[in-house]
Design a protein around this ligand. Structure first.
Ligand code: SF4
Length: 239
């Protein structure tokens, strides 16, 4: 794998967003811009920044991000990523390896928040044009919506994640300069679900394996696409 820059596809007009109808403009420390591989295979959409993200201005750097790393390493095709995770406890360093080897991009349904409130419908609506522009610019092979807010913001309708989990939905994003592009959105839980559960033992086991299955499905669709297009062998994942 060669060197590549970690990029953000957040449109420039949102980089210091003062949206007059979004109350979160006054509650953030830092805007948490999406980031990842410049040509992502899988674009993950979470709900909104948590406490740690609001401090650092980077997505998925708190407890949920740690769990997301664990899930992604578990379905990775790369021995190097697994070995690296065993050697390095540093979340950001493992994340950078995942960006490189799994060609992923991470963003959220809303870019601002202090981690103390759930995203509100008004803020989700204000931030949705940015989310769709970001998707369009990143142009991934598949999108994974993590949690009900992410799925609802992407699909423009109320989504119950317990019903939508594991399913794929179509999304067409209108282009400004180019034609519209059609995407597939695979829905799964947000990693924070693993932290919230009261019945930790049984629910964590179920949610964890369901999320692993969903992530493995998303990467399998990308692998199959690449195999059909270029003849690249299907990789073995999650050894
Ligand atoms: S959440 Fe989105 S719309 Fe609201 S202030 Fe932040 S960038 Fe702007």
């Amino acid at each position: 794998m060669g060197w590549f820059p970690i990029v953000s596809y957040v449109p420039t007009e949102f980089e210091d967003c003062q949206h007059p109808k979004c109350p979160l403009r006054e509650r953030r420390n830092k805007i948490v811009r999406g980031e990842g591989h410049p040509h992502p295979d899988v674009l993950f959409v979470g709900e909104g920044p948590g406490v740690q993200e609001n401090e650092e201005g980077r997505p998925f750097v708190g407890n949920s991000g740690f769990l997301l790393n664990q899930l992604l390493v578990a379905v990775s095709r790369s021995d190097e990523v697994r070995e690296y995770q065993q050697r390095s406890p540093d979340l950001a360093a493992v994340r950078n390896k995942l960006y490189e080897h799994e060609r992923i991009y991470l963003t959220n349904a809303i870019l601002c928040g202090n981690g103390h409130d759930k995203p509100k419908r008004q803020s989700l609506a204000c931030c949705q044009p940015r989310l769709l522009q970001e998707v369009y610019s990143a142009d991934p092979r598949i999108i994974v919506a993590m949690g009900a807010h992410a799925a609802s913001a992407l699909l423009g309708q109320e989504v119950k994640i317990t019903e939508a989990r594991g399913k794929v939905f179509p999304l067409t994003v209108k282009g400004v300069l180019r034609d519209s592009i059609s995407y597939s959105v695979l829905c799964t839980y947000h990693p924070s679900m693993l932290l919230r559960s009261k019945d930790q033992a049984s629910i964590v086991g179920g949610v964890w394996s369901q999320m692993l299955n969903d992530l493995a499905s998303a990467f399998y669709l990308v692998d199959a696409y690449r195999h059909a297009l270029t003849g690249e062998p299907l990789p073995t994942r999650g050894k």
